[in-house]
Structure formats: structure tokens, C-alpha cells
Design a protein around this ligand. Structure first.
Ligand code: CA
Length: 298
């Protein structure tokens, strides 16, 4: 797929990716299971005022509790092997399970008035848990690096720059050969022009504990922000400014939003992951809207 072709050049720069991956490896002398993603001690990398969680109503909130096991929530469509399970949960007793696959989408998609109501600016929130160990890419002969690019949250929209259809990846990762990953914002045009994105260093490990993921997009200022367990991933975030669409292309409105897992390069036995407590709002959500009479489970 195009993704694999452009990751090395347009998106990352192969040598840059390599040096980042090596840097991440060289300083990671920890033994035992991987740390949380990111380490809990990671400071917020920006001195800017952190947006507070708001009190705006949730324009979409899905905890999977009312959906029968084996099905998906009403109002969504599904792609690939994805369904509600009661084998683990962040809230209550149920979550959404993405079954392992060598590649391809396992996701649920929402379109309609809830998504349109978000306009060009929203906060999103979900909890993610990933089965360990994860698959890692095999370095092709003659190459020095390889990635498995995965997307967990994706919107469909029209580019504000080219007015062509684009896939806007609001939460994604590239996993390197050592099993560490970068976070990235990524736009994949559906027509013949290269994808692009902005990614962090390969400093992060997936966690099999529930991990809070928050993203923010704003069309008016062409701003994207990503937070993991409350800490901003500053080198994946950006703010281009009003009308500065190049390298951002944050749309005026999304046609749909999808949640799940899609990896574009072969991942052998595949990633198995769970999502719970998806929410969308005009203000930061944090842990808001999660039933307090439920106990988070491992
Ligand atoms: Ca739940």
C-alpha cells in the first residue's frame, strides 16, 4: 500500500526514523515488562496552559454496556473482526475487542448528526488496552528499518486545501523493529498524492493496562494535540495557524469517525486490542462521563 512506500520518505525520513529508533533503544536499559505508555513520570512537554476538562455535554459516548456480546453498538457500522466482549472492560463489564489480523481494518464507524455536530473542532477520548507481546516488523533484506503503521481513530473528510477526499488519522502509531512506537497524526489522501503526518520519537511502548487517549483537533487554527494518560505528546502535536492547511489539512467537518485498529503492513499473528469509553465533545473530556459505580478491571 502507499502507506508503506511513503513512511520511509515523506512521513518520517528513513535516516531520521533510524536515528530516533536507535536513540530510543540506547537509553532504554529497563528490564522486565514494558513500562506504561508513556512512562508515568513523563512531564508535560509544554509550558502552555493545559486545557481543563470541560462540562460540555458529550456529543457521543459509548461504554458498550448495553450492546450484546458479539455485536457492535447501534448506529455504527463495522469493518473486519471487531465486536463487544465481556472478557475485559475499563468501565462496567464490556469493551470493544479488535481481533488479531495480519493486516487491515477491524473498526466501528459512526456517521451522521453526532459527527456533523462536532464541526471542525472537537475533543475525543477513549481507553485502549493492547495484548502483549505485540508483533514487530521484519526488516527487509538490504534495509535498516521497518515499521508497522497502525491507526486507531480515523475520520473521513474533504481536504480544506485540495477539496479531495482524505482519511484523517487522529490517533495512530508506527511500531519499529525493537517494538517501540511513535505516535503520529497522519493524513492519507484517497487520490494520487502522498500521505503526510507528524510523529513523535519512537519512545513509547504499548500497554496491556487501560491507557487514556485524548486528542484535540481544531480546523480554525489547524491545531492537533494528543495526550496519553494526561501527558501531551508534544512532538506529535502542532498548531499551524488559521488558514495554514499545508501539512495539517484539518477539515471543516468530518463525515465519519472510526474507532478500532488498522495496520497497513503485515503484522504476522497481528495486534489484539480493546477499546472502551469512547467519547466526543467540544471540550476536553478526561475521565468525565464514566459511570462511577463500576470498577475498572484488568
Ligand atoms: Ca465498558
Amino acid at each position: 500500500m502507499k502507506t508503506s512506500i511513503y513512511l520511509g520518505s515523506a512521513l518520517l525520513g528513513l535516516s531520521l526514523a533510524l536515528s530516533l529508533a536507535n536513540a530510543a533503544d540506547s537509553k532504554d536499559k529497563r528490564k522486565g515488562p514494558p513500562p506504561l505508555l508513556p512512562p508515568r513520570s513523563a512531564p508535560a512537554a509544554t509550558k502552555e496552559k493545559e486545557p481543563e476538562s470541560g462540562a460540555s455535554k458529550l456529543l457521543l459516548s459509548v461504554d458498550f454496556e448495553s450492546t450484546p456480546v458479539g455485536e457492535i453498538p447501534e448506529g455504527f457500522t463495522k469493518t473486519g473482526a471487531v465486536s463487544v466482549t465481556d472478557e475485559t472492560a475499563h468501565s462496567g463489564k464490556k469493551s470493544l475487542k479488535m481481533e488479531p489480523a495480519e493486516k487491515g481494518a477491524r473498526k466501528i464507524t459512526k456517521q451522521g448528526p453526532e459527527i456533523a455536530a462536532l464541526g471542525g473542532q472537537h475533543w475525543g477520548r477513549l481507553y485502549l488496552k493492547v495484548k502483549l507481546p505485540i508483533p514487530v516488523p521484519t526488516i527487509p533484506e538490504g534495509k535498516k528499518f521497518a515499521v508497522i503503521h497502525s491507526t486507531m481513530v480515523e475520520g473521513t473528510a474533504s481536504s480544506p486545501l485540495f477539496s479531495d477526499p482524505i482519511l484523517v488519522r487522529l490517533f495512530g502509531t508506527c511500531t519499529g523493529p525493537k517494538g517501540t512506537s511513535q505516535y503520529l497524526y497522519n493524513v492519507q489522501p484517497k487520490k494520487e498524492r502522498p500521505e503526510f503526518g507528524k510523529g513523535s520519537k519512537y519512545d513509547y511502548n504499548f500497554s496491556d493496562e487501560w491507557t487514556l487517549v485524548e486528542w484535540f483537533v481544531d480546523h480554525a487554527t489547524q491545531t492537533y494535540r494528543l495526550y496519553i494518560n494526561g501527558a501531551e505528546i508534544a512532538d506529535a502535536s502542532f498548531s499551524k495557524g488559521a488558514g495554514e492547511f499545508a501539512g495539517a489539512e484539518i477539515p471543516a467537518v468530518f463525515e465519519s469517525l472510526s474507532f478500532g485498529w488498522n495496520n497497513y503492513q503485515a503484522a504476522g499473528a497481528g495486534f489484539t486490542a480493546w477499546i472502551d469509553d469512547i467519547a466526543l465533545s467540544k471540550e476536553r473530556i478526561g475521565a468525565q462521563g464514566i459511570a462511577t459505580n463500576t470498577t475498572a478491571q484488568r
